[in-house]
Design a binder for this molecule. Structure first.
Ligand SMILES: [Zn+2]
Length: 433
């Protein structure tokens, strides 16, 4: 094998008479028993006269590759920046655009030809405002009367989508208030080419778009009229929705019988977005479970709380209490229940039992103790009820023997037929007329 003196210009000049392409470069390397890059460098220097037209040699005095792109004026030291140019003989044609600039020039040509849009090579797509680009895809014709098919890919950034989304929602759809914005639909988006279905940020979701376009509104998925698909099938979203309405929104419950707020109709009336969940998750969800997770006070879900927020151990007691308050208008009728204190503790020394009566009422200087015997059965063979009955009788005897008080025992029978029995007993003791 003959060795090559790369700087033997005469020999190389001969070689360049061959049509230089990828194959001949390879063959030259073979002939001179060297590598392809060395041949490329040698050829490059050989044609450096042409490069010199732009006042730069392909190699500096240390043999290091460096070429200044005639368009961007950047000195590039990586031969691959010009690879295509000279492998295909473009150097020889006298072109020293770097690959980047060649691409840019192709793009500029294409936009001019297809749309009449003139791009400046230094700013390229930034030659125009993002909204102008958007308008060319919809409401404006491009300078040569066409419609831009799509936005240039590099302009589809999160920031630009936010600007476009905001513009379209406010100015074209004329949604300006929060409530109006919540109505954004996929149809609105598609009609105005703001669905951005290929992007991870939007992918056709109205919720995603408003989140990006109006971050200051902090809109929640469940607020959207068109909630994200499968939104409600995710338990966390469901809980978030509930939490928002019942905690963060500080929803006031004007009616303290709060179980009333958890009916289907009430949800429909008050919390429309939550009702969207009806078809999905919440159909099967137990409100009590969900509300516990939300750490909402128990009274919001229990029917054992009275209108004035007193907790009863049974619904019957609560109903009785509310009847006396609301229908008999005895507002001093007090539930002792769990608030046991010495004032209301009675010790039956004969039977060795301590009693905590249910209700207390002071009227016209008389003290009434009222007890509801909810488990009372006139006849039963069940031991539990037999024992309860015995205890009840002892209790009544005990209270009847206390001189300072008037004792009124109440039984389930007194509470049927709109508390007829109770009313008679209260009349008898002159609590009501
Ligand atoms: Zn360049």
């Amino acid at each position: 094998m003959e060795s090559i003196n790369f700087w033997d210009e005469e020999k190389l000049r001969k070689l360049t008479e061959l049509r230089i392409n990828k194959i001949t470069v390879k063959e030259i390397a073979k002939i001179f028993n060297t590598n392809i890059n060395s041949v490329k460098y040698a050829i490059c220097n050989l044609i450096s006269e042409r490069v010199n037209e732009f006042n730069k040699k392909a190699f500096d005095e240390n043999g290091k590759f460096q070429v200044k792109c005639k368009t961007c004026n950047v000195i590039k030291t990586d031969i691959s920046d010009f690879r295509d140019a000279y492998i295909d003989g473009i150097y020889i044609k006298g072109t020293v655009d770097c690959n980047d600039c060649i691409r840019k020039k192709n793009t500029i040509r294409r936009y001019k030809r297809d749309y009449g849009i003139i791009l400046d090579i230094n700013s390229m797509f930034d030659s125009y405002d993002i909204l102008q680009w958007y308008k060319w895809t919809t409401i404006d014709k491009t300078p040569n009367g066409k419609t831009l098919k799509t936005l240039p890919k590099s302009l589809i950034t999160k920031e630009n989508i936010a600007i476009i989304g905001r513009y379209v929602i406010n100015n074209i759809l004329e949604f300006n208030t929060r409530d109006e914005i919540l109505n954004l639909s996929f149809e609105n988006m598609r009609a105005n080419k703001i669905d951005f279905s290929d992007t991870k940020w939007i992918s056709s979701s109205p919720y995603n778009l408003v989140s990006i376009a109006f971050p200051e509104l902090n809109i929640k998925g469940f607020e959207m009229n068109y909630t994200p698909s499968n939104y409600w099938s995710k338990r966390d979203n469901f809980l978030e929705g509930l939490k928002y309405y019942y905690v963060k929104m500080k929803v006031k419950f004007p009616n303290l019988n709060v179980s009333h707020y958890f009916t289907k109709n009430s949800l429909l009336a008050n919390f429309r977005p939550l009702l969207v969940a009806k078809g999905n998750y919440y159909k099967d969800a137990r409100w009590e479970d969900l509300l516990k997770e939300l750490n909402i006070r128990e009274k919001f879900m229990s029917d054992k709380y009275s209108y004035d927020e007193i907790k009863f151990s049974s619904i019957e007691e609560k109903n009785l209490y509310e009847f006396v308050h609301k229908h008999l208008n005895l507002r001093d009728f007090t539930f002792i229940g769990n608030n046991r204190s010495d004032n209301f503790t009675y010790y039956d020394s004969f039977n060795g039992v301590r009693y905590f009566p249910d209700f207390y009422l002071k009227k016209d200087n008389k003290i009434y103790i009222i007890e509801y015997f909810g488990m009372w059965k006139e006849k039963s063979s069940n031991e539990v009820f037999i024992s309860y009955k015995e205890k009840t009788i002892n209790k009544i005897k005990f209270f009847n023997n206390i001189k300072d008080i008037i004792f009124i025992p109440l039984f389930p029978n007194d509470c049927i037929s709109n508390y007829n029995g109770l009313i008679e007993k209260f009349k008898h003791h002159e609590l009501i007329k």
